[in-house]
Design a protein around this ligand. Structure first.
Ligand code: UDP
Ligand code: MG
Length: 314
């Protein structure tokens, strides 16, 4: 029988969270009366989470395991979860219990009212560093400004998606993924539900600055041409400055004034322009690299084993 609600949790070295995750989810979901499944995607864990996931899947029928061949990243792990999900509603949740399971009931309530995308909005965050909070707040606001899609502020991937939405998302196979943007882009009836983001249950963040930066770049390049247009704007600005500067220099010269002479002025303007040009090239490269990745057409992820596969096929 297919369950009504699929819950997807990507796992990267979360061994100490897994039992508690299952316990809290059952505590919330069992009394609710909905049939549910939990899909745990092991994103190349090295800490024994894989064995733990395998054990959970053996012990509880409603737990399904998808084990990646290596670490493919959080967004790809969630994508695999969407691919494997069967429920009429699909909930994406972090395995570290930062997204409180009881909020799922609020999400389901809104879904029952007819909303097809119900995203949880972080009204408060606990146990996170000042740097993480500020950079996240800034990030969401920049994305909101420069992209063409109205990505809701302060939302993560904690959300409920209707089957119809999941089917659409599953057809979008872009490689550099920013799922919150993608689920905003597709439309449908959407609504936010505020919640308090808790501290991690155990372990440390698996999103170091490097990964956050990558996600931010995916968000910007995936939903905006603004960085590419930046070169044009800067070109017009520097051309404008030079056109204005020509008559000024001529007049100064005729008056016998000695300003704007010497190597320093030349050097500074050459370096400035060189810098702008190199940055523009880099931005171009960033987009071209992404095109190259798409053109290669490799699979988004490689599954090593699933709980569904018979022993002999592994
Ligand atoms: N995660 C993953 N692959 C990664 C990094 C993270 O599957 O490469 C999972 C992680 O196990 C957790 C979720 O994504 O369930 C969110 O990660 P984390 O809690 O470290 O991010 P934060 O909450 O600090 O932003
Ligand atoms: Mg977390």
């Amino acid at each position: 029988m297919t369950p009504e609600v699929s819950i997807i949790a990507p796992v990267f070295n979360e061994i100490d969270c897994l039992d508690e995750l299952y316990r809290q989810l059952s505590e919330v979901m069992d009394p609710s009366g909905y049939s549910w499944e939990l899909i745990l995607i092991d994103d190349g864990s090295q800490d024994g989470s894989t064995e733990k996931i395998r054990a959970l899947a053996q012990k509880f029928e409603r737990v399904r395991a998808v084990v990646f061949a290596r670490n493919f990243g959080h967004q790809i792990a969630v994508t695999a979860g969407l691919d494997y999900s069967r429920g009429q509603a699909v909930v994406i949740i972090d395995a570290d219990l930062q997204d409180p399971p009881e909020v799922i009931l609020d999400l389901i309530r809104k879904w029952k009212e007819g909303y097809q995308v119900v995203f949880a909005v972080r009204a408060e965050r606990e146990g996170e560093t000042w740097f993480k909070k500020t950079s996240a707040a800034l990030f969401y606001r920049i994305i909101f400004r420069i992209t063409d899609v109205r990505i809701p502020l302060d939302t993560g991937d904690f959300r409920l998606l209707d089957r119809q939405v999941v089917n659409v998302l599953n057809r979008m196979r872009e490689r550099h993924r920013f799922l919150r943007g993608m689920s905003a882009w597709i439309g449908f009836r959407q609504i936010g539900v505020p919640y308090r983001r808790s501290a991690r249950f155990a372990g440390e963040t698996k999103y170091p600055f490097r990964k956050m930066l990558k996600l931010a770049l995916n968000a910007v390049t995936g939903f905006s041409y603004f960085p590419l247009q930046l070169a044009t704007y800067l070109g017009f600005v520097s051309a404008g400055i030079s056109i204005l500067a020509i008559p000024v220099v001529v007049v100064f010269r005729l008056m016998g004034n000695q300003t704007f002479f010497g190597q320093a002025t030349t050097l500074i303007s050459v370096l400035f322009l060189g810098g702008v040009q190199l940055i523009s090239l880099g931005i171009l490269g960033e987009y071209i690299g992404r095109i190259y990745d798409e053109v290669k057409g490799r699979p988004l992820y490689i599954v090593n084993e699933t709980s569904e596969m018979p022993e002999s096929d592994k």
